[in-house]
Design a protein. Structure first.
Lengths: 497, 242
């Protein structure tokens, strides 16, 4: 199903999400836990910064030579007995997958957890063709059964707790049975349901973490082993891979195999890492199709600052450290790519006018950049995209633009600035934004008191001191000054004398 | 030793006490302080909100105003970070080679206050006395743009009489984020509520920081709650001789 509220303004979707105390508890707890674990896993490696630099360099090289790398990949996969398809957009990719399923007489396909296929709404497209896609990743299965949408790149059902999942399973795949809230009981119920599908469904669909141009090898990193089942048991395997997932050489995997697990699950190595190269008689699928998906990626590549978003290896470390994501959860972002990476990827993939509020869904705290295993400078890209939205998206915030231009004019001249400071004390003029009666004040004041504007600016104090008539009394305006007597008393107590 | 004070428009207009405290500290340590009155705003708000070309004249104004200064000292991590990190990018975006070379010339002389005290003056004890229970919010731009590390804490630990308490989850953003606090007010407040909880858990009288913008947000929340904890800029504590 499509992301709910795609295109809905982030502040509005966030406001709703923030009211959900269950979500706040689940997402807050999960992100806090994984944050600490990631830090510990990363601290074990003395060459972590060198690995990050290497990851970044490999991705930069890939992007600079992308057409060549993709053609190398196509040749390698073909040589190994696979078939390569090129899809300009989601519709083309979906049609290719549906065509392969139909050609094999399948009315069901089993799926490995895949962001690329969620991005293009593959399941809905297949359903329209009479083909039912069965998610085999536990969290994806939970969301599918609940008719719900992902809230995290790695842990799509992070917003759900065990009791909710038990009730869901008792209604669906474990009807008539009574389960407990224990993880073992819940996974067992899913396992019984899925094993039968692994053995009977003829076509599997996966995404890819990496595709090696040199050898034609495709890689999937996973935790549960359901992926391994899908990749090995069915007769036909279809992999939908974003074109940015190609890496030039086999040796490049060494770097990412260290960066990815520690960043995403805080593990030294994830439990199941599958590599396959084309097909091999008597071993695994008899047919392998690789669908190379563009869907906006070449447009992203054209933006010199924004293109680093394509370096993402989908580890989700940036989500877990983000103060915004860890409060709103993922669904507020209206995209399969939530959190800081989603805020720079979604508007670029869909077009800035389709997600114009996402670049502002960040306080620019920089925690994402600090943890990114391939050093994507997310804050810089956010600011860059804000600029592009302001300059390129029609009708975007006309009132805001007027305020910003007025302020730029004030700050452009000392005289105008000093006059505006005086007017601000009266709650007037462009700098009134600082003290009262300004647009946005309501939003500020709903939970925060507004500071009073002191009677004397710093520059006035400085000028009077230079003249030799300053220094008498307390001119006010300490950083703790406020409008309550309590706060004011505190300020005087704390001020230098 | 001479230093030009880059006060920031925010402190100049709303929190002049921070500027006075900065002058007090620097003069106490024998620095001759200059205040170039042509300074206005560094352009951070315009830059971060997407009005980048509007920030270009402000950057030109800054490099002109501070071009000759021996050292430029700023009691705001985010404004110092703006000059240091964004000016070169802004010059490139505006296609302004003169600004690019002027920025490259000025940037190495821009110091956030605690950097200047510790790195240039080589002091940790600035002769302050402040017998109160204090916790410190390190601010995102101090940590992740300027990388000031533990310099502020070293300065605070050397204050006579201070009862300095560690803040839980100190590295996390307070939720201010400039215009983020207004454009995404609900999320900003949700982040703030956790920051306030950690601050109140310390039982500190004072929450200090190196950015008054964060403090306006945190302090606005504390005052709204009548919490009894007040906010102070680190300069005001380092200037205190109680």
């Amino acid at each position: 199903m499509s992301a709910p509220g795609a295109g809905r303004p982030f502040p509005e979707a966030a406001r709703e999400a923030l009211r959900d105390s269950q979500l706040r508890r689940n997402v807050g707890k999960a992100t806090t836990t994984i944050r600490a674990k990631r830090a510990a896993a990363v601290a074990e490696l003395p060459d972590w910064e060198a690995l990050r630099a290497a990851g970044s360099a490999i991705k930069a090289r890939t992007m600079a030579t992308l057409p060549d790398q993709l053609e190398r990949l196509e040749a390698s996969v073909t040589r190994a007995g696979g078939t390569v398809h090129w899809a300009r957009d989601g519709a083309e990719a979906n049609a290719i997958v549906a065509g392969i399923a139909k050609a094999n007489g399948a009315d069901e396909v089993i799926k490995v957890k895949s962001l690329a296929t969620d991005e293009i709404d593959l399941n809905d497209a297949l359903e329209r063709e009479g083909i039912h896609a069965i998610e085999t990743d536990l969290a994806e299965l939970i969301n599918q059964l609940a008719g719900d949408w992902s809230s995290h790149i790695l842990v799509p059902a992070i917003h759900r707790n065990r009791a909710e999942i038990r009730r869901l399973f008792e209604r669906t795949i474990a009807q008539g049975r009574e389960l407990s809230d224990e993880p073992e009981a819940l996974t067992e119920a899913a396992r019984v349901h899925l094993r039968e599908k692994f053995l009977s469904v003829p076509v599997a669909v996966s995404g890819a973490n990496f595709g090696v141009a040199e050898t034609g090898t495709i890689a999937v990193f996973e935790s549960e082993g359901n992926g391994r089942m899908c990749l090995t048991l069915p007769r036909v395997l279809v992999t939908v891979m974003g074109i940015e997932k190609v890496v030039p050489e086999w040796r490049d995997i060494e770097v990412f195999a260290q960066l990815l697990p520690r960043s995403s699950t805080a593990e030294r190595m994830n439990p199941y890492t599958s590599f396959w190269t084309g097909v091999r008689p008597g071993d695994g699928p008899e047919e392998f199709h690789l669908v190379l998906l563009d869907n906006g990626r070449t447009d992203v590549l054209a933006d010199e600052v924004g293109r680093q978003a394509l370096h993402c290896i989908r580890c989700s470390a940036c989500l877990n450290v983000c103060p915004v994501y860890s409060r709103t959860g993922g669904q507020a972002y209206g995209s399969i790519y939530p959190g800081p990476i989603g805020a720079i990827l979604t508007p670029q993939l869909r077009g800035l006018d389709q997600a114009p509020t996402l670049p502002w869904a960040s306080s620019l705290c920089g925690a994402c950049y600090e943890v990114c295993p391939v050093r994507i400078d997310i804050p810089t890209v956010l600011v860059h995209l804000r600029g592009r939205v302001v300059r390129e998206v029609e009708g975007k915030g006309r009132g805001e633009k007027a305020v910003m231009q007025a302020l730029a004019r004030v700050f452009g001249s000392r005289r105008r600035y000093e006059t505006a400071q005086k007017l601000a004390r009266l709650g007037r003029g462009p700098l009134g934004v600082l003290g009262g009666g300004a647009p946005g004040l309501g939003a500020w004041a709903q939970a925060r008191d507004v500071p009073e504007i002191p009677a004397q600016s710093f520059r006035e104090w400085w000028a009077s001191r230079e003249r030799g008539d300053g220094g008498g009394g307390d001119p006010g305006g300490g950083s703790g000054s406020g409008d309550s007597p309590q706060a004011a008393a505190g300020t005087d107590l704390g001020r230098a004398t | 030793m001479r230093a030009a004070l880059f006060i920031t428009c925010f402190n100049d207009t709303l929190f002049p006490g921070v500027g006075r405290a900065t002058v007090t500290i620097l003069e106490r340590l024998g620095v001759e302080v200059d205040f170039p009155a042509e300074q206005t705003c560094c352009g951070q708000m315009h830059w971060n909100t997407g009005y980048q070309l509007e920030a270009a004249p402000l950057a030109r104004r800054f490099v002109r105003t501070f071009g000759d200064a021996e050292a430029i000292v700023c009691p705001s991590a985010s404004c110092a970070g703006m000059v240091r990190e964004a000016y070169p990018r802004l010059a490139a975006l505006a296609g302004d080679d003169d600004l690019a070379s002027a920025a490259a010339d000025v940037v190495p002389r821009v110091y956030e206050l605690t950097e200047y005290l510790v790195d240039v003056l080589g002091v940790e004890s600035v002769g302050a006395s402040f017998p109160h229970r204090v916790t410190y919010h390190p601010t995102c731009h101090s940590l992740r743009a300027l990388h000031v590390g533990d310099r502020p804490m070293r300065l605070l630990r050397a204050v006579r009489g201070i009862d300095l308490v560690e803040l839980d989850e100190a590295d996390e953003c307070c939720g201010f984020g400039g215009t983020f606090a207004i454009k995404n007010a609900d999320t900003s407040i949700a982040i703030l509520s956790d920051k306030l909880r950690h601050i109140l858990d310390t039982r500190a009288e004072v929450c200090a920081s190196s950015d008054t913008s964060c403090l306006m947000h945190i302090g606005g929340g504390l005052r709204r709650q009548r919490a009894g904890t007040r906010t102070m800029h680190i300069a005001e504590i380092l200037a205190a001789q109680e």
